[in-house]
Ligand binder design. Structure first.
Ligand SMILES: [Zn+2]
Length: 121
């Protein structure tokens, strides 16, 4: 599928969600996987304090508005992993529940909130 085709398919599925319709489990997973979520990897040993300090300085958003580059920070302070974290997200019901799960590749704990979809089984 081309990016345009993926976007069109996501729009079609989401239009049904917004219209209070239902989607299949496969359609919900398709929407989840349309956004890449790669594990950033564990922080390198010894950088926790430095990372926490920088993370605090960046603030809650991406940091660009304050002149920080979060992606660059991560590339310096973390061991690269790159596992597809969507594989973990789709193992759970799409019910909005909070989770703290280990990355299947590097065991880094990742917190996320399950997306909510009205799935018709
Ligand atoms: Zn990982």
């Amino acid at each position: 599928m081309t990016p345009d085709e993926i976007r069109a398919q996501v729009d079609e599925i989401m239009a049904r969600v917004y219209a209070n319709g239902t989607v299949t489990r496969e359609e919900a997973e398709f929407v989840v996987r349309a956004v890449g979520r790669w594990c950033k990897g564990p922080k390198k040993p010894g950088v926790e304090a430095e990372y926490a300090k920088m993370r605090e300085a960046v603030g809650v958003v991406g940091g660009q508005e304050k002149g920080y580059d979060l992606a660059l920070m991560d590339s310096i302070l973390r061991e690269p992993c790159g596992a597809d974290f969507n594989d973990v997200i789709v193992q759970f019901p799409f019910d909005g529940a909070d989770h703290l799960e280990p990355c299947p590749k590097c065991d880094q704990m990742i917190s996320f909130r399950s997306p909510i979809f009205p799935v018709s089984e």
